[in-house]
Design a binder for this molecule. Sequence first.
Ligand SMILES: C[S@@+](CC[C@H](N)C(=O)[O-])C[C@H]1O[C@@H](n2cnc3c(N)ncnc32)[C@H](O)[C@@H]1O
Length: 193
Amino acid sequence: MSDADAVAEDRNRWNERYAARRPSFAPHPLVTEALAAGPPAGPVLELAGGRSGSALALAGQGRAVTVVDISDLALAQLRDEAARRGLGSRIDRVCADATATLTGEASAARWALVLATRFWDEAAFTAGAAAVAPGGLLAWEALRQHERGAEEEPPQPYRVPHGGLSERLPGGFTVLAERATDTTTRLLARAPA
Ligand SMILES: C[S@@+](CC[C@H](N)C(=O)[O-])C[C@H]1O[C@@H](n2cnc3c(N)ncnc32)[C@H](O)[C@@H]1O
């Protein structure tokens, strides 16, 4: 299967889920942590944001937010809610693969905060970290690969063991917090100034 076919298949799968479930538009707790840590002035990039309550909360704080997701339906739901709240002009939506988006201007180190929640793609993580502005923040949550007793589970492509996010940070980043929940692992880190 080509990369384009794989993205199209994922898009259909996610669109079906978004069509079936009502949105809560609740922001992710990492957003509160990131704001408390003090991102510098500047725009926010959210990867795989879906119909993001996080983007709505950040836009409500005056941030310009770009949300990338492969689901056109999720982004349409986000657009409608942003318009309802008068935040439409602060949220850009990009319907595309996260890694493919992180090229050219979007990949330059200019984002005050790069955010991704409940999403894992190693290439997107690497490119996302490189896109953080000097002194900016990377806030990432991935589904967690659990260990069973002494034996690790076989690698699962959409999961990361706890500790695996900070291990993959480029040099110079400072880890501000790294926590495990029952199902996920979360990282908040600051790029070198
Ligand atoms: C588990 S949901 C998480 C959505 C949101 N970040 C949250 O925490 O509620 C995963 C999201 O990733 C999106 N997604 C999956 N593969 C993607 C890719 N390659 N590039 C961009 N978005 C992708 C899906 O459409 C879906 O919105």
